[in-house]
Write a protein that binds this ligand. Structure first.
Ligand SMILES: CC(C)(COP(=O)(O)OP(=O)(O)OC[C@H]1O[C@@H](n2cnc3c(N)ncnc32)[C@H](O)[C@@H]1OP(=O)(O)O)[C@@H](O)C(=O)NCCC(=O)NCCS
Length: 189
């Protein structure tokens, strides 16, 4: 059974993973939510106004009332800047399975932050929450996302055609990755 604990603060070498606050609205908007270079890889398109981002931040804040909500902001320790978000979602009680999603501002790409945050959230999911399997999917034209899954030991299980339709109305084929707790444990003793 999944041991839900909400979204406790987690530390990595260079990141503080912590709850989103209303005061993060501007950073969320400026650093990724308004940026098509980032948002074109996600199902929902970029935000046009900070009011949209504020509404999203308020939605996130109220979701923290449920201990099943696992959603962290990624704060760069060195600068104190909020550079992205990562979450566990789509929990399935029948199989103790969930999915992981993440997003980082363009200015911080290719510095190892995505892999660092993903490794920390997988560790929390498997070791503290007792999740049995964590999966993720990425558009096949977004190889950086697949690369970070590979870097943390997730295994590609297949490709699903037209798995999503993005905000521009384009269908995208997605690569599906997964990691079982037993495999994770083998490599992280
Ligand atoms: C996916 C994402 C989180 C990666 O974050 P990041 O901090 O740049 O990740 P890392 O720096 O840890 O690793 C990126 C890896 O992808 C590789 N990469 C980058 N662009 C690539 C490309 N076009 N083709 C192949 N590999 C690529 C990098 O070389 C690096 O691998 P390496 O360490 O072996 O060199 C970030 O690109 C992002 O937020 N993208 C937009 C949102 C998104 O795609 N979310 C996920 C949806 S499934």
């Amino acid at each position: 059974m999944i041991q839900f604990q909400g979204s406790p603060a987690l530390q990595t070498e260079r990141l503080r993973l912590r709850k989103i606050q209303l005061a993060d609205t501007e950073a969320m908007f400026q650093n990724w939510l308004s940026d098509d270079r980032v948002m074109r890889h996600l199902i929902k398109g970029p935000h046009d106004t900070m009011a949209q981002t504020k509404a999203r931040a308020m939605e996130i804040l109220s979701s923290y009332e449920e201990d099943t909500f696992c959603y962290w902001g990624m704060e760069e320790k060195r600068s104190g800047t909020l550079i992205g978000v990562i979450d566990l979602f789509a929990f399935d009680a029948a199989t103790d399975h969930c999915e992981v999603g993440y997003c980082i501002g363009f200015d911080w790409w290719n510095n190892g932050y995505g892999s660092e945050a993903l490794a920390a959230v997988l560790a929390f999911g498997f070791q503290e929450m007792q999740i049995h399997k964590i999966s993720a999917a990425h558009n096949i034209d977004n190889p950086a996302s697949g690369r970070i899954m590979q870097k943390v030991g997730m295994i590609q299980e297949g490709t699903v055609r037209a798995m999503i339709r993005n905000a521009a109305g384009e269908y995208k084929d997605c690569a599906i990755y997964g990691l079982l707790r037993e495999t994770y444990d083998l490599h992280n003793k």
